[in-house]
Design a protein around this ligand. Structure first.
Ligand SMILES: O=C(O)C(=O)C[C@]1(C(=O)O)C=C[C@@H](O)C=C1
Length: 365
């Protein structure tokens, strides 16, 4: 037998094995989908009105997949596959409608799909307020908004919306952000103007100073909007991500131009329901009180006293005049954990206002 024939035989054999595995996978995935339909039946009859999507259960499934995965596929890859299977199963139970801060091609869209998988309907909205309103009105099941960037800090508009909104945080999404210089210019030297969201311009400041010092920097409402404009302006460039490059068919004039390569943005998932504990959760609180010396210390003390780990603290000037400052505090644990519940009781006594913004699973992917 020639070497070529023997290679061909081996390939045929291996492909027959793959076909056999695919047949099993197909049957198993269908069986899983039928079980999800049965779960939907049970949920329909319990009348709790809590919806079909269960973030805590999804987080547990993804964590188990990652813990049990023995390779050769990497953990994240395996979890991503299961993410999509669950997304498809949930769509059989109830097709979810997700509002996000658009336009199409923004990092928020990527975050929404990373969190919910691709079997959801998405509604692209023009502002963070609109995302909150659509979810509050019940027109969308959940919303996804940016909250915190590892370089520029917090997205104040989202914090301000959380102060008054009745919505609950039901999840967080972390996304590694890469910025590219996109456009239709033949090369970088022809670029006279660079459009992007102001945070992205700031995140690439050093690169722009070194490589495009003379180009005018123009802040626009989003990176996708920057890409849209550049599609019609050959002497301009946009700083945006891959999705925008694809949608607006722009070329890459430079890749990964962010000043800090570990640039991560955090997004919040907001909805109308509270989320039960998943076993590894975060809780976001809003605390406020009349300004006096030692206020912040008094607010932090109950956390330390109950052995609670604080992961984030932001302060915003209050818009109501009654209180001078509003503090946003993220802690590890769920509001139903005894230590967190006890810390919240102590905090409530010290603060004028204590609002539970939500307890939700820590980002898995
Ligand atoms: O366990 C459930 O409650 C389900 O509806 C099943 C399932 C799944 O596919 O595993 C689907 C959607 C939920 O968000 C969580 C899990």
């Amino acid at each position: 037998m020639s070497k070529k024939t023997s290679t061909n035989n081996k390939l045929t054999e291996l492909r027959a094995d793959i076909d056999a595995v695919d047949t099993q996978l197909l049957e198993l995935i269908s069986e899983r989908a039928r079980l999800a339909q049965a779960v939907a039946h049970v949920k329909n009859s319990d009348g709790s009105g809590n919806g079909f999507y269960r973030p805590e259960r999804e987080a547990q499934i993804l964590r188990r997949v990652m813990a049990d995965n023995g390779g050769p596929l990497p953990q994240e890859e395996m979890a991503r596959l299961f993410r999509e299977i669950m997304s498809a199963c949930l769509a059989l139970e109830q097709p979810l409608k997700i509002a996000y801060l658009g336009p199409e091609g923004t990092f928020t869209q990527l975050a929404a799909l990373k969190h919910f998988g691709h079997s959801v309907h998405t509604e692209t909205l023009g502002s963070i307020d609109q995302v909150f309103r659509e979810v509050e009105a019940g027109a969308c099941h959940y919303g996804v908004v940016p909250i915190e960037n590892s370089i520029e800090g917090v997205v104040n508009h989202t914090l301000d919306m959380l102060i008054d909104s009745p919505l609950k945080i039901s999840g967080e999404v972390e996304l590694r952000i890469h910025h590219h210089l996109l456009g239709n210019a033949a090369d970088r030297a022809q670029v006279k103007r660079v459009y992007s969201h102001q945070q992205s311009l700031a995140q690439c400041r050093r690169w722009l100073d070194e490589n495009l010092l003379d180009a005018e920097r123009v802040a626009v409402s989003s990176n996708a909007e920057a890409a849209r404009r550049v599609a019609a302006e050959p002497d301009s460039a946009a700083i945006a991500g891959e999705a925008a490059a694809e949608i607006y068919e722009l070329g890459y004039l430079a890749r990964n131009i962010e000043d800090h390569p570990d640039n991560t943005t955090r997004f919040l998932v907001i909805g109308r329901h509270s989320t039960p504990p998943s076993g590894d959760d975060k809780t976001s609180l809003l605390v406020s009180g009349p300004n006096r010396s030692g206020l912040l210390f008094d607010l932090i003390k109950p956390l330390a006293g109950n052995g609670i780990n604080m992961t984030r603290l932001e302060s915003r000037p209050s818009r109501q005049g009654l209180w001078d400052y509003v503090f946003f505090i993220d802690i590890l644990g769920h509001a139903e954990d005894p230590a967190v519940a006890s810390a919240m009781r102590d905090l409530g006594e010290k603060a004028g206002v204590l609002k539970l913004l939500g307890s939700y699973p820590r980002a898995v992917l």
